[in-house]
Design a protein around this ligand. Structure first.
Ligand SMILES: C[S@@+](CC[C@H](N)C(=O)[O-])C[C@H]1O[C@@H](n2cnc3c(N)ncnc32)[C@H](O)[C@@H]1O
Length: 335
């Protein structure tokens, strides 16, 4: 395949998604993420073929605005291909499952957010007939593109970091497929799991997640903040370790501080907290701190949209620089 610059105007125009704000940089410097952020409306999609001609739909998929799902199953004459949602894991190729790798090598087309496409090993990029990637926006239009290409007869993989079932696009792919009058069986829909950030970050911290655990995303893009606050109140008072996804962005500074406030209302300020930025990526950073220190960490580079925060439970302790959450064996066994 090629990833040449036959760039087409993206259909995006929707607000930034959880999935796509991941690379927002804290430093605020002139990073690629800043550029992506600037291109939020009208960002370009890159593909070896144009977005409208490649899918083969009779509808025009080259519109510059995100809009309602356009083409329906009746617009396609071909026998549909297969649609798979593939989780890449944390970032490095070694963190990808063999099954994910095999599925991607088999796919005709790969569709994903630019950052995730850049994480793909060369052999996968070279094996694909076409790769369609879009920057910072357009998760709906990109997923629609994946569904259209499948209905046009291609085997398509839509990719994302971690696992497709964790704050990711597996559900959206099914919803869009259904909204086009197709169904999961028609496109032989399959999810190929990947290692979620909670697990890859937990691994970097030691053993913080071996007992009951919940995840909360602080992104209010799709869930209003009052609802997020109410969920945090509900879990913070219980004996769960809590994994915080999407902890910080420039637009979500207040969400981060509010979340810290709620956690400190329910838990001791000495509660052990692990912070992992960019697990498995070149800029990985790991720090163990306490809940009392967490509010001020919000302004440090380690916490941004590529960070996952793990709040221990009341039994979590630190041993030789590693978080340990007892599973409870000591209640039953002597050792
Ligand atoms: C939209 S969610 C996608 C989650 C992904 N599907 C998963 O299973 O991990 C994006 C969030 O995942 C977390 N995340 C993703 N990759 C990460 C990494 N390599 N290191 C730390 N956190 C990561 C961050 O909290 C980020 O804001």
């Amino acid at each position: 395949m090629s990833t040449d610059d036959d760039t087409t105007e993206s259909k995006c125009g929707a607000s930034t998604s959880e999935a796509e704000t991941e690379t927002e940089s804290k430093c605020g410097a002139s990073s690629a993420t800043e550029d992506e952020s600037a291109s939020k409306c009208g960002g370009s999609a890159s593909s070896s073929s144009s977005s409208s001609s490649s899918c083969g739909a009779s509808s025009d998929s080259d519109d510059s605005e995100e809009k309602e799902v356009g083409s329906t199953v009746d617009d396609f004459d071909a026998e549909p291909g297969q649609l798979i949602a593939v989780g890449l894991g944390p970032g490095q190729p070694e963190g990808m499952t063999q099954r994910a790798k095999a599925a991607l090598l088999d796919a005709d087309h790969i569709v994903g957010y630019t950052t995730y496409v850049e994480l793909l090993p060369d052999e996968i990029v070279e094996a694909a007939d076409d790769i369609y990637n879009t920057p910072m926006c357009g998760e709906v239009s990109r997923t629609e593109e994946a569904v259209d290409r499948t209905l046009a007869g291609n085997d398509v993989a839509i990719i994302g970091s971690g696992d497709p079932n964790v704050y990711a696009l597996a559900g959206l792919a099914l919803e869009i497929t259904e909204s086009k009058g197709a169904d999961a069986d028609m496109v032989d829909f399959e999810v190929v799991p990947g290692v979620p950030a909670a697990q890859s970050c937990g691994a970097r911290l030691g053993a913080p997640l071996v007992n009951d655990t919940v995840s909360i995303s602080l992104s209010d893009h799709l869930t209003p903040m009052p609802e997020i606050e109410s969920r945090l109140h509900a879990v913070a008072g219980e004996e769960f370790a809590i994994t915080i996804y999407n902890p910080w962005s420039r637009k979500r500074r207040d969400n981060y501080q509010k979340a810290c406030e709620i956690l400190l209302n329910h838990r001791d300020e000495d509660t052990v907290v692990g912070i992992v930025h960019g697990a498995g990526r070149d800029d990985e950073e790991v720090e163990i701190t306490t809940l009392g220190e967490l509010p001020e960490k919000g302004e440090e580079d380690i916490i941004d949209m590529t960070t996952t925060i793990v709040i221990g439970n009341s039994d979590t302790y630190v041993h030789e620089g590693r978080m340990v959450t007892p599973r409870g064996y000591r209640n039953k066994y002597d050792y």
